[in-house]
Design a protein around this ligand. Structure first.
Ligand code: ATP
Ligand code: MG
Length: 189
């Protein structure tokens, strides 16, 4: 059972790389972005709340997000392990994840960081916006999301470094090459 945090800026390829790791290892995959978009699609109260933040490029409040994460985690079979994609995004979320897993006699085993230059992120997200149908993949919201990432999420790099869990990988080039680099880290755990 391995718990892996996949980390990176918006558009860094967390979802794409997670899918490849799921295929290879049979991990369960928690994408908080996908969970929230599912709630929006189903028109739930939670979805309405989430939409009001996502459309502005802001983060959903920590307390709410932490509850959603725990409920999602507890509902999974957790055979091979779990990939956390899009969570944590703030230091309180990282602390909550550590506590939640400790209470379940487990822990985060690695944080895999996808490094992608800023110009490339913007280009990828604008391109994705042409087909994704995501209300937050437009130039104005993208700029806001990157700003939020730099202010609230990037400090997690030092946090995970201090925990001895951070592994940075080049997040551009061939998809398979990036995935091979991630698998090398996981295989060495
Ligand atoms: P990527 O392109 O790498 O998958 P992303 O930033 O484009 O990343 P999602 O992870 O799908 O997109 O998240 C979309 C939005 O959902 C975020 O901008 C945020 O508003 C909300 N969200 C997702 N996860 C969290 C979280 N852990 N805490 C707060 N808000 C979150
Ligand atoms: Mg995603």
């Amino acid at each position: 059972m391995r718990n892996i945090v996949i980390f990176g800026a918006p558009g860094s390829g967390k979802g794409t790389q997670s899918d490849l790791l799921v295929k290879h290892y049979g991990f369960d995959h928690i994408s908080t972005g996908d969970v929230l978009r599912g709630e929006i699609k189903n028109g739930t109260t939670l979805g309405q709340t989430a939409k009001s933040y996502i459309d502005k490029g802001q983060l959903i409040p920590d307390e709410l997000m932490i509850d959603i994460l725990a409920a999602t985690y507890d509902a999974l079979p957790k055979q091979a392990g779990v990939i956390f994609d899009g969570f944590p995004r703030t230091i309180p979320q990282a602390e909550a994840l550590k506590k939640m897993l400790a209470e379940r006699n487990t822990a985060v085993h690695a944080m895999l960081e996808l490094d992608v230059p800023n110009e490339m992120l913007i280009e990828r997200l604008i391109n994705r916006g042409k087909t994704s149908g995501r209300a937050d993949d437009n130039e104005e919201t993208i700029a806001k999301r990157l700003e939020v990432y730099n202010a609230q999420t990037q400090p997690l790099i030092a946090w995970y470094e201090a925990e001895g869990l951070r592994h940075a990988v080049k997040g551009y080039g061939e998809l398979d090459e990036i995935n091979a680099a991630l698998r090398a880290v996981i295989d060495a755990l």
